[in-house]
Write a protein of this length. Structure first.
Length: 94
Protein backbone atom coordinates (compact mmCIF):
# COMPACT_ATOMS: atom_id res chain seq x y z
CA UNK A 1 0.00 0.00 0.00
CA UNK A 2 1.53 3.28 -1.13
CA UNK A 3 -0.02 5.24 1.73
CA UNK A 4 2.04 3.32 4.30
CA UNK A 5 5.48 4.51 5.37
CA UNK A 6 8.63 2.54 4.67
CA UNK A 7 8.66 1.36 8.30
CA UNK A 8 5.09 0.07 8.02
CA UNK A 9 5.79 -1.72 4.75
CA UNK A 10 9.18 -3.15 5.84
CA UNK A 11 9.23 -3.42 9.64
CA UNK A 12 12.06 -5.95 9.81
CA UNK A 13 14.38 -4.04 7.45
CA UNK A 14 13.54 -0.79 9.25
CA UNK A 15 14.34 -2.38 12.62
CA UNK A 16 17.68 -3.65 11.33
CA UNK A 17 18.60 -0.15 10.19
CA UNK A 18 17.50 1.60 13.38
CA UNK A 19 19.18 -0.92 15.69
CA UNK A 20 22.42 -0.81 13.71
CA UNK A 21 22.54 2.98 13.50
CA UNK A 22 21.69 3.62 17.15
CA UNK A 23 24.22 1.06 18.41
CA UNK A 24 26.97 2.54 16.26
CA UNK A 25 26.03 6.07 17.33
CA UNK A 26 26.00 5.06 21.01
CA UNK A 27 29.53 3.67 20.74
CA UNK A 28 30.81 6.78 18.95
CA UNK A 29 29.15 8.93 21.63
CA UNK A 30 30.91 6.97 24.36
CA UNK A 31 34.26 7.20 22.61
CA UNK A 32 33.95 10.97 22.14
CA UNK A 33 32.28 11.97 25.43
CA UNK A 34 33.42 9.37 27.97
CA UNK A 35 36.77 8.32 26.50
CA UNK A 36 37.47 11.94 25.39
CA UNK A 37 38.71 10.89 21.94
CA UNK A 38 38.89 13.40 19.12
CA UNK A 39 36.88 12.59 16.02
CA UNK A 40 40.03 11.47 14.19
CA UNK A 41 40.90 9.09 17.06
CA UNK A 42 37.69 7.06 16.97
CA UNK A 43 38.36 3.32 17.01
CA UNK A 44 36.42 2.11 13.97
CA UNK A 45 37.32 -1.53 14.54
CA UNK A 46 35.64 -1.32 17.93
CA UNK A 47 32.69 0.48 16.35
CA UNK A 48 32.42 -2.26 13.72
CA UNK A 49 31.88 -4.79 16.52
CA UNK A 50 29.04 -2.64 17.83
CA UNK A 51 27.60 -2.40 14.30
CA UNK A 52 27.56 -6.20 13.99
CA UNK A 53 26.04 -6.53 17.47
CA UNK A 54 23.37 -3.92 16.72
CA UNK A 55 22.49 -5.54 13.41
CA UNK A 56 22.51 -9.20 14.44
CA UNK A 57 21.39 -9.21 18.06
CA UNK A 58 19.35 -6.04 18.53
CA UNK A 59 18.04 -5.77 14.98
CA UNK A 60 17.64 -9.44 14.11
CA UNK A 61 17.32 -11.64 17.17
CA UNK A 62 15.39 -9.23 19.39
CA UNK A 63 12.96 -8.40 16.56
CA UNK A 64 12.31 -12.12 16.03
CA UNK A 65 11.91 -12.63 19.78
CA UNK A 66 9.56 -9.69 20.37
CA UNK A 67 7.43 -10.15 17.25
CA UNK A 68 7.26 -13.93 16.90
CA UNK A 69 7.75 -15.42 20.33
CA UNK A 70 6.10 -12.75 22.49
CA UNK A 71 2.88 -13.11 20.46
CA UNK A 72 2.82 -16.80 21.36
CA UNK A 73 3.91 -16.37 24.98
CA UNK A 74 1.66 -13.37 25.68
CA UNK A 75 -1.37 -13.70 23.36
CA UNK A 76 -3.24 -10.77 24.93
CA UNK A 77 -0.40 -8.27 24.60
CA UNK A 78 -1.81 -6.50 21.53
CA UNK A 79 -5.20 -6.03 23.17
CA UNK A 80 -3.56 -4.85 26.39
CA UNK A 81 -1.23 -2.42 24.60
CA UNK A 82 -4.18 -0.67 22.96
CA UNK A 83 -5.98 -0.04 26.26
CA UNK A 84 -5.88 3.41 27.87
CA UNK A 85 -3.71 3.63 31.00
CA UNK A 86 -6.74 3.66 33.31
CA UNK A 87 -7.95 0.37 31.81
CA UNK A 88 -4.46 -1.18 31.97
CA UNK A 89 -4.29 -0.51 35.70
CA UNK A 90 -7.61 -2.34 36.20
CA UNK A 91 -6.69 -5.25 33.91
CA UNK A 92 -4.82 -7.50 36.36
CA UNK A 93 -4.68 -10.39 33.89
CA UNK A 94 -2.87 -8.12 31.42
Amino acid sequence: DASKSFAERNPFVFQLGVATAKTSAADILVQVVVDKKKWNEIDYKRNAIFVVFGFAYLGGFQYWLMVNKFNKWFPTRTRFAKLPLAEKVKDVAG
